[in-house]
Ligand binder design. Structure first.
Ligand code: SF4
Length: 353
C-alpha cells in the first residue's frame, strides 16, 4: 500500500490522518527538505530522501517498495493533490498492476494563506507560475481566463531568482483586466514565521514576491476590514425594513417615484452632483458588503450607506431597473425576496463597478 500524504505548509498543520499514516509506515519516501522537517516522527523507519527534480524517481521507488509488501508513505508538502506527488504517482501507476494507493489530503498553501488573510476565497482559481513543466502561453491563458471570469486567484511559485518572466506577464494581464484598486494579499512563509500584507493591485511590485510567497488576488467584491481580506458570499443579514423605505417603494411601484437627480430634495446632493436619486432608499439595504462603500458603525451596530455612491450611478440604476420588476412586485418583497435582490445587486456591481 502507498499512502501519499501532505505535511502542510508547516508541520503543525499536519492532519491526524497524515500522522497516522506516518506511524503505520515502514518506508518513507520524500524530498529531503520535507523528510527533514518531520525527522522526529520517522524514527525506526526506512527513510529515503531524494532531491528536487527527482519526483518520478520517488514515485517509482514507492511502487517498488509497495510491491515488496511494504507500507509506503510518499511525502509531499502542502496537499499531495495540489502540485504534489499524487499526480506524479497516478501518472506512472498505469505501467504497473495491483498497486494500492490512498491519497491523504493535506493543507495546501492556498488554505493556509487564506486563513491568515481572513476569508478571501469564494469561487477561486489556483495557478502555479512555475513554467518548468508548463508552457508560459498556457499559464498566461489561464490567468486571463480566471481574471476575466472574476475568480479570486491564488498564485503559487510566483517568482524565483531565475524565473521572473511569468510573474511579469501575470502582473501585465491583471493590470489589463482587473481594476487597479483590486485587493491583493501576500503571505510569505519563511522559517515557519509567516508575514502577511494586504494592499492594492496597482501597488504590487515584482520584488514583493518570491518562491516562499502565496499571492491571493481578490475579485470585484473583495474588501479589507480590520486588517482582514474578505470576499463576501452574499448572505442575507437579519433586518426589518424601515417604514419610510416601505412608503418609498409603495410610491415607486405605483410609478410615483423620482427618476434621476432629485434637485428639489432638501438633502440633494447627499453625495455629489449629478447623482441619480431613483433608489434614494436602497432596495438591497443592508447589503453588508463594503465593496461599494458601505460600512458597519460598530458602536450602533447599524449599516451605514453614507459612502456608497454606487447606488446613485446612472448605469447602476439602469441595471437594477432592468430586473427589479420581476423581484419586487410589492413593498413586502424587500423583505421576502431579499436573497434574489442581493443576487441582482451582485450582478449589477460586477457589471458597473
Ligand atoms: S446603498 Fe450601497 S452600501 Fe448601502 S445597502 Fe445599498 S448597495 Fe449596500
Amino acid at each position: 500500500m502507498i499512502k501519499i500524504v501532505g505535511i502542510g505548509p508547516r508541520r503543525e498543520d499536519m492532519t491526524t490522518m497524515t500522522l497516522q499514516a506516518l506511524k503505520e509506515a515502514d518506508v518513507i519516501i520524500g524530498y529531503g527538505g520535507y523528510t527533514r522537517k518531520i525527522k522526529d516522527l520517522l524514527e525506526g523507519k526506512n527513510v529515503i530522501s531524494r532531491g528536487m527534480g527527482q519526483e518520478v524517481n520517488r514515485a517509482e521507488l514507492a511502487i517498488e517498495y509497495s510491491k515488496k509488501g511494504r507500507n509506503v508513505v510518499l511525502v509531499s508538502s502542502g496537499d499531495p493533490g495540489v502540485y504534489g506527488m499524487a499526480n506524479v504517482l497516478y501518472q506512472i501507476m498505469g505501467k504497473y498492476s495491483e498497486v494500492e494507493v490512498e491519497v491523504v489530503p493535506g493543507v495546501s498553501a492556498v488554505n493556509y494563506s487564506a486563513a491568515l488573510l481572513g476569508a478571501p476565497l469564494h469561487d477561486f482559481a489556483v495557478i502555479s507560475l512555475s513554467d518548468i513543466l508548463t508552457p508560459l502561453s498556457e499559464i498566461k491563458r489561464k490567468i486571463r481566463a480566471a481574471a476575466e471570469a472574476d475568480f479570486v486567484i491564488a498564485f503559487y511559485n510566483p517568482r524565483s531568482k531565475r524565473r521572473t518572466e511569468p510573474f511579469k506577464e501575470a502582473l501585465k494581464i491583471l493590470s489589463e483586466v482587473r481594476k487597479p484598486e483590486t485587493l491583493v494579499g501576500l503571505v510569505k512563509s519563511q522559517n515557519n514565521t509567516p508575514s502577511v500584507k494586504i494592499f492594492l493591485l496597482n501597488q504590487l511590485k515584482e520584488e514583493d514576491v518570491d518562491m516562499n510567497t502565496t499571492l491571493i488576488v481578490g475579485n470585484t467584491f473583495t474588501y479589507a476590514a480590520d486588517g482582514n481580506m474578505v470576499t463576501p458570499r452574499g448572505y442575507v443579514l437579519s433586518h426589518s425594513t424601515h417604514p419610510l423605505a416601505y412608503e418609498f417603494y409603495e410610491k415607486y411601484l405605483a410609478g410615483e417615484g423620482n427618476k434621476g437627480p432629485n434637485t428639489s430634495c432638501e438633502y440633494y446632493p447627499c453625495h455629489s452632483h449629478p447623482q441619480n436619486c431613483t433608489f434614494c432608499y436602497c432596495p438591497f439595504y443592508p447589503c453588508g458588503d463594503p465593496s461599494t462603500g458601505g460600512k458597519w458603525i460598530k458602536e450602533k451596530k447599524v449599516w451605514s450607506c453614507e459612502e456608497c455612491t454606487w447606488i446613485h450611478q446612472d448605469d447602476t440604476v439602469q441595471c437594477i431597473e432592468a430586473k427589479l420588476p420581476k423581484l419586487l412586485e410589492k413593498a413586502e418583497d424587500l423583505q421576502n425576496n431579499k436573497k434574489e435582490l442581493l443576487k441582482l445587486r451582485r450582478e449589477c456591481v460586477y457589471l458597473t463597478k
